[in-house]
Design a protein around this ligand. Structure first.
Ligand code: ACO
Length: 347
């Protein structure tokens, strides 16, 4: 059996910087409110028509491939994690295969929102361990700016999210590499952080969960005009409920990874938590009694980029020389579903 190493990493964020003050032009909010609650100062928004979730992912992938010293032709499997795909179907994986002119390799799409990268890493790790694939390209990308409610109605969500992409190339190694991955879910709170439409649910679940939701009438499969007017095409979030669960599950799943590998919190060289909200990351750091230099955050610059947040942060930390060979790196995520997970790796 092989272990899995990250052989190359890349990231891409759009040029367009949107500050908190920029948002005040169309949302009743303030720089002070956003910074105090989330730590976010600015985020990037993709070009509306010229950039997609896939094209951003391809830019990050090109860097990851180049750093791994391989070409697109060498890749033998693609995994793509996103909650904001170019199409309802097919997924972004095949669009990467086409854009990068890859061989007719397998392409898998992962829909685990904020923990998408950890889930994808875990899947890739199994394929590498068994010897099935030698060069897996994992891309995580989000174009949130296309699907947010930029009116005061959606302000608790819209100010949090940003666009961007990260990618890694995974290869077999005889060195330790990925030590373990840990995946969890609890669907009881599926509608607490969700974008129910467009979907095929026809309010089956939402009747109980969201009383004011308008049902799609017969003949209108996904959306009626009334639903659009009611803002039912946008994501919904009970922020305080997400916060309460996240600050329990993050430390729990990090502890699970450490325990499995007989490490203590003091052994962690760098924790990269999913960049959900700086207050959540600070709470986790305090709970685990980690020093500032043991935790990497960059949410202030990019907002929450969901599936892309961990590979973007990992890439920036690596580029800044904060991760060195042999370092113990812990990745952890929590998000919509709820799903959460962790990965412990020796760099
Ligand atoms: N600007 C100004 N005021 C706002 C904004 C805004 N952008 N958004 C909400 N408010 C107002 C509300 O309308 C409410 O006003 P009211 O008291 O007059 O009714 C008030 O602020 C408090 O609203 P809450 O939703 O209770 O605000 P809270 O203090 O909980 O902060 C937040 C909201 C930041 C979302 C917080 O709940 C949070 O951090 N939750 C965690 C969720 C999270 O991080 N989600 C990220 C995505 S999920 C993930 O990646 C894990």
């Amino acid at each position: 059996m092989f272990n899995t190493k990250i052989a190359g990493i890349g990231m891409y964020v759009p040029e367009n910087i949107v500050t908190n003050n920029d948002l005040t032009e169309y949302i009743e909010t303030s720089d002070a409110w956003i910074q105090e609650r989330t730590g976010i100062q600015e985020r990037r928004y993709a070009h509306r028509t010229e950039e997609t979730t896939t094209t951003m992912g391809v830019k990050a992938a090109e860097i990851a491939l180049q750093r791994a010293g391989i070409t697109a032709q060498d890749v033998d499997f693609i995994i793509f994690a996103t909650l904001s795909p170019d199409y309802y179907f097919p997924g972004c994986g095949v669009l990467v295969q086409r854009a990068m002119k890859m061989k007719e390799i397998g392409a898998l799409d992962i829909r685990n929102q904020c923990s998408g990268f950890i889930y994808a890493l875990s899947v890739a790790d199994q394929f590498i361990k068994t010897g099935m694939y030698k060069n897996i390209l994992l891309v995580a990308s989000e174009k949130h700016s296309f699907g947010l409610d930029f009116s005061t109605r959606g302000r608790n969500i819209s100010v949090i999210f940003g666009d961007g992409a990260g990618a890694v190339v995974l290869q077999p190694t005889e060195a330790p590499g990925i030590l373990s991955t840990h995946l969890h879910s609890d669907g009881e709170s599926a509608e607490i952080l969700a974008m129910p439409n467009p979907g095929t649910h026809a309010n089956h679940w939402l009747k109980e969960k969201l009383a004011n939701f308008v049902e799609a009438p017969r003949g209108e499969m996904f959306m009626s005009h009334e639903m659009l007017e009611n803002g039912q095409n946008f994501p919904i979030m009970d922020g305080p409920a997400v916060f309460k669960k996240a600050i329990v599950k993050f430390p729990e799943v990090i502890a699970e990874a450490l325990e499995k590998n007989n490490f203590k919190t003091t052994d962690i060289d760098l924790l990269i938590p999913h960049q959900a909200n700086l207050r959540i990351a600070q709470f986790v750091q305090q709970k685990l009694q980690l020093k500032d230099e043991q935790v990497f955050n960059n949410i202030e610059k990019y907002g929450n980029t969901t599936a892309a947040s961990i590979p973007i942060a990992l890439c920036e930390a690596w580029e800044a020389g904060k991760i060195k060979e042999g370092d113990l790196v812990c990745l952890a995520a929590f998000g919509s579903g709820f799903t959460w997970g962790s990965a412990l790796l020796k760099w």
